[in-house]
Design a protein around this ligand. Structure first.
Ligand code: NAD
Length: 476
């Protein structure tokens, strides 16, 4: 983001954006104000400073963990490493997690963590030191644990950091049998679940694919039903953006532009995402990718002609100063908070369909939930039933072949006989979750005549949290 636009977008509180949406949603919920205030507020904010020795110098690190809601435990939410991390941002992201979990029926309260560092200019050794020290601070204050608060990856973090968190937790809480469930997004060899890495991007794909199946919505924006041939722009080629791009490409959509920090690339015939990644690895930049046009001002990529725009980098990238120039008919919020409330209003008036972050990027936490369940059960998904299913299928097929007096071709047979592997079960659970979530939001929007999908998603989430509070009661 250019300095000029950054100051425009940073001019107001990110948390107040969520509060505005919450208040709009509250108009559809006939309930006492007190409970709504409780749902809105952050339950616990832990701001810390700790020293790290870098060479001969001592550097003070600022970090946060916010638990937005304790209506369900453990709390759950990623950890972000970015120089822009601040309390308002972490509180907002924690609140989004509460609503997100409620929408996709993941039984957690929302949380988020952040460390104010730029991982791009810090050595791996020092990132490890900072991660381990941060984890030990969380342990000291009882802000991490399989039944307390379970972090995961977010912007600037990944499997590597989650492994360090797990190892630190294991070292400092010796003998805890469920220690492995203290963090998700771990590598598979360290108790991670197959399918977690790509889960958020795949969830984004499933959500947009479902929207594109809806005749009514596609008619409203003048598009054909289906994803095939739709022009897509993706901002941010990190974990979420890269996987989303790959799934859209594989489904026949045309990725016309990709935007990164250093600039964007454009080809109206389409970019091959895997080749762009190879080019990025070889040259350190997406720019100068063969047969594509460079766009120096990366933000301008958001304004190019396309059907679907997927911001998958950071918040506030679509604001009141560029919203009018956005040409996309559908915006899929893969990042958290990429569209400011002012931009939301402008785009709404233009008839753009915005699929909100609190639903669309919930694939990550959904599969994190599957990982947590796997860790608590200490057994890989599919381990108990794979062979059993294959044996049952074989017998069934034999009965069919015998009664039909016909042999099924070997390739087809292999497909039918195959028992479920972990990745099959995880993806099927994710797909089901994203499809159900979309229809619950859409149905609610229609039945209550709610202005857009974002507010409908908030109504859905708040109603579920209210239900939880009402059944739990209030202590004491
Ligand atoms: P990441 O660090 O893996 O990737 C972010 C990418 O955005 C990087 O490649 C970075 O270079 C790029 N980027 C940064 N500034 C940019 C700019 N101005 N223009 C274009 N590109 C820019 O992070 P991620 O995990 O993919 O997260 C991206 C977003 O998705 C964040 O908003 C995050 O909160 C959200 N999210 C992530 C997950 C997850 O599972 N990782 C889950 C839910 C939501």
């Amino acid at each position: 983001m250019s300095k000029k636009n950054q100051s425009k977008a940073d001019a107001y509180s990110f948390f107040s954006c969520i509060e505005k949406n919450f208040d709009k949603a509250a108009r559809y919920i006939p309930i006492k104000k007190g409970l709504l205030e409780q749902i809105k507020a952050c339950n616990a904010v832990y701001r810390m400073h700790f020293p790290i020795k870098i060479g001969k110098e001592i550097q003070v690190i600022e970090a946060y963990r916010v638990q937005h809601s304790h209506h369900k435990l453990p709390c759950k939410g990623g950890i972000r490493y970015s120089i822009k991390v601040n309390q308002d941002e972490v509180m907002t992201l924690a609140a989004l997690m509460t609503y997100k979990c409620a929408i996709v029926d993941v039984p957690f309260g929302g949380a988020k963590g952040g460390i104010k560092i730029d991982p791009q200019i810090i050595s791996v050794e020092n990132i490890e030191k900072i991660t381990r020290r941060y984890t030990s601070e969380l342990i000291k204050k009882n802000f991490i644990g399989p039944g307390i608060d379970v972090p995961a990856p977010d912007y600037g973090t990944g499997e590597r950091e989650m492994s360090w968190i797990f190892d630190t937790f294991l070292s400092l809480t010796h003998g805890e049998v469920d220690a492995i469930a203290c963090v998700t997004g771990k590598p598979v060899s360290q108790g991670g679940v197959r399918g977690r890495k790509e889960a958020t991007g795949l969830g984004v794909f499933y959500g947009i694919r479902e929207l594109c199946k809806m005749k009514e919505e596609m008619l409203s924006v003048g598009l054909d039903v289906g994803l095939n041939g739709k022009k897509v722009i993706i901002q941010g080629l990190g974990n979420v953006g890269y996987h989303a791009a790959k799934f859209f490409h594989d489904a026949g959509a045309i990725i016309v532009a990709l935007a990164e920090r250093e600039g964007a690339i454009y080809n109206k015939k389409g970019l091959n995402v895997s080749n762009v990644i190879i080019h990025l690895k070889n040259t350190g930049s997406i720019l100068n990718f063969p047969e594509s046009k460079n766009i120096e001002d990366t933000e301008k990529a958001l304004e190019l002609e396309c059907d679907i725009l997927i911001p998958a980098a950071l918040e506030n990238v679509i604001h009141k100063y560029n919203a009018n120039r956005i040409k996309a008919k559908i915006i899929g919020e893969a990042a958290n908070g990429p569209v400011t409330p002012e931009a939301d209003d402008i785009l709404g008036k233009k008839g753009v369909i915005i699929v909100p972050d609190i639903y669309l990027n919930a694939g990550g936490v959904t599969v994190s939930y599957f990982e947590w369940l796997k860790n608590l059960s200490h057994v890989r998904y599919g381990r108990m039933e794979k062979r059993f299913s294959e044996n049952m299928n074989t017998e069934l097929l034999q009965v069919i072949e015998n009664s039909c007096k016909k042999k099924i071709p070997i390739e087809e047979k292999k497909m039918i006989l195959r028992g479920p592997r972990e990745i099959d079960l995880v993806r099927s659970g994710l797909e089901d979750t994203m499809i159900n979530g979309f229809h619950k939001i859409r149905d609610l929007k229609k039945s209550l005549k709610i202005e857009n999908l974002r507010i409908a998603a908030f109504v859905l989430a708040i109603n579920k949290i209210i239900d939880s509070y009402e059944k739990l009661g209030i202590f004491p």
